[in-house]
Design a protein around this ligand. Structure first.
Ligand SMILES: *Cc1c(COP(=O)(O)O)cnc(C)c1O
Length: 226
């Protein structure tokens, strides 16, 4: 078996056992296979193995890889999990089914406007900067309720859930618990949290989507500077 496919099967097995341990149905947790930096030939075996849900963090990179793969596998679902600039919204709506990183009014407004023009509205998640890290994207936890409300009422976006990336050097469970609490009080059912290093913990805290790259595709080459 292809090594990436073996990794995929192992991760799916670990997701199922983490769900069972948390008294959750295995189907409650879906795997977003994060294929950033890996080329189409590395991704194809995972598609051939039947997996359909993928995440990319850069619009330009997705534009180079995914139209071709979608032609081969039309039922692919692609999530944008990286920051989105307003001038790339038009392109992003043509590529992604779900935008997980809505985090500011200007971006929400632009998504609403482009969706109106193109008739193509993506499902949206609000990214919450649970660690209030200055360099990290996401709305601050204390501003999340108001922002969710304005995304719904003012911009009419279909907000499905919340997403977070905990600080590297902190216990992730505190951040997962905070995200779950913000979702609960805003009647949001989807929680995108957990990466290669911590997805079983995220599942114990209610993740419905885990975003796993390295554990499936192996280590990434760093992006070139700039
Ligand atoms: C790269 C990335 C992931 C996957 O990280 P791994 O540690 O490789 O599993 C998940 N979420 C986001 C937002 C990412 O950018």
């Amino acid at each position: 078996m292809n090594e990436t496919v073996a990794n995929l099967q192992r991760v799916l097995g670990e997701i199922a056992s983490a769900a069972r341990e948390a008294d959750r149905a295995p189907g409650d947790v879906r795997l977003v296979a994060v294929s950033k930096t890996h080329d189409a030939d590395s991704i194809r075996p995972v598609l051939q193995a039947g997996h359909r849900l993928f995440g990319e963090n850069r619009v330009q990179e997705a534009a180079e890889k995914w139209p071709g793969l979608r032609a081969e596998f039309p039922d692919v679902r692609l999530h944008l999990i990286g920051p989105l600039q307003t001038n790339k919204v038009h392109q992003a709506l043509g590529l992604f089914d779900v935008i997980e990183t809505v985090d500011r009014p200007k971006l929400a407004r632009e998504i609403a406007r482009e969706a109106e023009k193109t008739g193509r509205m993506p499902d949206c998640f609000i990214q919450v900067n649970t660690g209030a890290e200055p360099q990290k994207a996401g709305v601050l936890p204390e501003e999340a309720d108001a922002f969710i409300e304005s995304c719904r009422k003012e911009f009419g976006l279909p907000i499905k859930g919340l997403m977070c990336i905990p600080p590297l050097d902190e216990e992730p469970s505190l951040h997962f618990a905070l995200l779950r609490e913000i979702a609960r009080r805003n009647d949001l059912t989807e929680l995108s949290m957990g990466m290669s290093g911590d997805y079983p913990v995220a599942i114990a805290f209610g993740a419905t989507l885990v975003r796993v790259g390295t554990a499936i595709f192996g280590a990434r080459e760093p992006y070139p500077a700039g």
